[in-house]
Design a protein around this ligand. Structure first.
Ligand SMILES: Nc1ncnc2c1ncn2[C@@H]1O[C@H](COP(=O)(O)OP(=O)(O)OP(=O)(O)O)[C@@H](O)[C@H]1O
Length: 735
């Protein structure tokens, strides 16, 4: 016989959020979105939502409520004393901005849901309350100060965005919750707990909540989301998918095992909607980002990217304008869900809510009707939702373990490796190695005549760049054209030919991120010529996207050109400076050979002191640069690198000067000795034993004063179409 449900639990089950009497004081400023940026184009396909389907009428709600009833019936007795987390009914005092809404939801319903869902789904026979869930802001969501180089408009845009949408909230599985005695678990609960604890350690986020301010604008937004779902389902309108604007939303990729979709249940997907195309044959083995079925239709061509620039679109607060943004917010929520591998996405704005279910294989989002949060069964619905989220995670883990029986024994070993930052090597997952025949380990690469490869590269004008690391997985490469140096300045690129034979192009696969600084972000990659996969070079590709970094990179390139002419050996080989041909914000890439690990990295590994016997090698490298007349001016541990054969190389010449005095040489020599002895000396506080403060060594960024004339920024006209590459198709297949 079903137990009597205590009043406190009844109160939660019958709880409805009541914000209707509140004034929505928030301004209705609708945040603008950034245009699609370079890195968006190279986003892993899995991050892109491709279809939206409306969940029919009350099916989802009925399914969830029935599920809650089943769970309630399975309880013999509710623990006493009563629930520790009581519903507080605290209304937001002043303003219903996104953060207030989130806090209100947390105080009023989520805490109780966490207790009840844990109890009902994970240990319904336990004699005391034990919570294993928490609804909270996720770790990397703290408000951080805006970067100093952001202009006022950009800061204001971000602020209005934050006012409208709360920082990341999600449902989290608490790992160190008090344990429940095993004999008070049913066999099903024991299984659930086993599978839940087998999920990788850091992957505790279970579902995505996008919380919006309670404003008229967000009301329109919810309507527009429903309309998108309705139109694409009932009127069979094509959902024109778009790439999430990663730069503004700062997606942070965490490597993890990706799971397949759970077996559909009543509250997940209606059965007739699961009629998708054939499954990717490799899906069961896929480990990273590929457990999807092939999209049914060819993806639409996203070029020209410029046409998607909505930066300048003025959005008024009326429904037809805001409809445009429904899709953007769905994309954003989808991308967040991909990042933590969540199935459930909840869009919440205080008075209303939409529950979405993500189907990985078909990249489809199932969107519920708009739920009124003041209804009497809202509490029950939320508890069922939390329990369904748990059930889904457990089921998917079960599927994973069934399909990967041997691997579950070595999870702990694997977990550690997933946790690590991407190494500075070409180590890729099994899958990636298989799917990407270009990712050769340099040690396995066929012996090559590096000289001839380098010589050949000099003449090649076009670089085809693919990104394949973190959340980047290019479907379409970017084309970069060489900027030629006439001995004094960088010339405008020659007009592009309509067609290039593949053999006349450099091909670069960017494999990992090394570091970022003032003049751009450095990545490791592999360089090939044309379709030849046997001869490759390990390179560093530095991307610079803003004006400052473009200027720095032009300057640095000139120094490298100069050093190459002076036949200086202690710098990396310079392959050239290239400019993106199709994007308006036109990144530059500067390509050099990979020269090994920096002193900073060996310091991190605990090897701070360089043995005295090796000091002359370092000092000789520095002397060679000085002898060529170059004053480095940024001699720090990250800029001194050494390869496995012991060759010392100096890098990062973005603030170097083409003139060096005797005193400056002496100071840089001292600085180098300090570095070799494990002493990091900050440039702004450069002082030597005699207390002398060295202005000559202070970095500064004035490139004009560096021995070359300043150069006007020349932007390559963005082309709507890249040039035709002969045999380009074969290139696609390779990538
Ligand atoms: N050719 C190379 N070989 C090996 N490592 C490299 C090479 N180029 C860059 N790196 C690594 O990448 C990091 C960032 O590169 P770099 O210093 O050129 O960028 P930056 O934007 O100029 O940074 P900074 O703020 O130090 O000036 C370096 O600290 C170095 O460790």
């Amino acid at each position: 016989m079903a137990p009597s449900i205590p009043d406190t639990v009844q109160n939660i089950l019958n709880f409805g959020l009541d914000l209707t009497h509140q004034e929505c004081l928030s301004t209705d400023t609708f945040p603008k979105h950034s245009p699609i940026k370079f890195q968006d184009k190279h986003l892993d396909e899995n991050y892109i939502l491709k279809q939206v389907v409306s969940l029919p009428g009350t099916e989802l709600l009925t399914g969830l409520l029935n599920f809650a009833n089943e769970l309630l019936e399975s309880v013999d007795e509710f623990p006493k004393p009563s629930l520790p987390a009581l519903v507080t009914h605290r209304y937001p005092a002043v303003d219903l901005n996104a953060d207030t809404i989130a806090k209100y939801y947390q105080n009023s319903i989520s805490e109780a849901c966490c207790y009840l869902a844990s109890h009902l789904f994970l240990h319904s026979k336990a004699t005391s309350w034990c919570n294993e869930l928490s609804w909270r802001q996720s770790g990397d969501s703290e408000v951080r100060p805006f970067p100093r180089d952001w202009n006022r408009a950009r800061v204001e845009r971000r602020l209005s965005e934050e006012y409208f949408v709360a920082h990341k909230w999600s449902l989290v599985h608490i790992r160190d919750s008090p344990s429940v005695p095993i004999d008070s678990l049913t066999p099903i609960e024991q299984n659930s707990r086993k599978y839940l604890s087998n999920c990788s350690e850091w992957q505790t986020e279970l579902a995505v909540w996008e919380v919006f301010a309670c404003t008229v604008a967000s009301d329109y937004l919810f309507d527009s989301i429903r309309n998108i779902a309705r139109k694409s389902t009932e009127e069979k309108m094509i959902f024109l998918w778009n790439r999430p604007h990663t730069q503004e939303f700062n997606i942070k990729h965490m490597p993890y095992k990706r799971y397949s979709d759970a077996i559909p249940t009543l509250w997940t997907l209606p059965h007739d909607s699961l009629n998708f195309g054939a499954e990717c044959p490799e899906a069961s083995e896929c480990n990273e980002g590929t457990s999807q079925r092939r999209p049914r239709t060819q993806p639409i061509d996203i070029r020209p990217l410029d046409s998607m620039d909505r930066e300048n679109v003025e959005i008024e607060n009326n429904p037809s304008d805001i409809a445009v943004w429904g899709q953007d917010y769905l994309q954003r929520a989808w991308a967040r869900a991909v990042d933590i591998d969540a199935t459930f996405i909840i869009l919440h704005r205080g008075t209303t809510e939409i529950i979405c279910i993500r189907h990985r294989a078909s990249q489809t989002l199932f969107v519920s009707e708009i739920i009124d949060t003041s209804v009497k069964y809202y509490g029950k619905l939320q508890i069922a939702l939390y329990a369904a989220i748990l059930k889904d995670r457990v089921e998917r883990q079960e599927i994973w373990e069934r399909e990967h029986p041997s691997k579950s024994n070595v999870t702990s070993q694997k977990k550690r490796s997933f946790d690590q930052v991407e190494p500075e090597t070409h180590s890729c997952s099994r899958k990636r190695l298989r799917s990407n025949s270009l990712s050769l380990d340099s040690s396995q690469a066929a012996p090559i005549s590096t000289l001839s490869l380098k010589e050949r590269c000099k003449k090649l004008e076009l670089a085809i760049v693919n990104l394949d690391y973190s959340w980047h997985r290019s479907t379409i490469p970017s084309m970069f054209v060489r900027r030629n140096f006439d001995g004094r300045a960088y010339l405008r690129p020659l007009s592009l030919r309509p067609s290039y034979p593949l053999e006349s192009c450099l091909r670069i696969n960017v494999k990992s991120w090394i570091g970022g600084g003032a003049s751009g972000h450095a990545h490791r990659g592999i360089l090939y010529i044309g379709s030849d996969d046997k001869r490759c070079e390990d390179v560093v590709v530095k991307f610079g996207r803003d004006d400052h970094s473009r200027q720095s990179m032009r300057h640095e390139s000139k120094v490298y050109e100069y050093l190459a002419q002076a036949k200086v050996k202690s710098v990396p080989h310079f392959y050239g400076l290239f400019e993106d041909i199709e994007n308006k914000d036109s990144p530059y890439i500067l390509i050099t050979s990979y020269a090994g690990e920096s002193l900073a990295v060996s310091w991190k590994r605990g090897r701070a002191m360089i043995p005295k016997s090796q000091h002359p090698t370092y000092l000789r490298s520095l002397a060679e640069i000085h002898a060529a007349g170059i004053h480095h001016r940024d001699l720090r541990a990250p800029n001194v690198v050494i390869d496995k054969d012991g060759k010392v190389t100096l890098i990062d010449f973005d603030i170097a000067r083409l003139y060096v005095t005797g005193r400056q040489r002496k100071h840089e020599r001292k600085r180098m000795l300090n570095l070799l002895n494990g002493k990091s000396v900050d440039y702004d506080r450069t002082s030597f034993r005699d207390g002398f403060h060295c202005d000559d060594c202070s970095p500064g960024i004035c490139h004009e004063a560096s021995g070359w004339d300043s150069e006007e920024e020349e932007v390559v006209r963005a082309r709507s179409e890249p040039p035709h590459i002969k045999n380009y198709k074969s290139l696609y297949l390779l990538n």
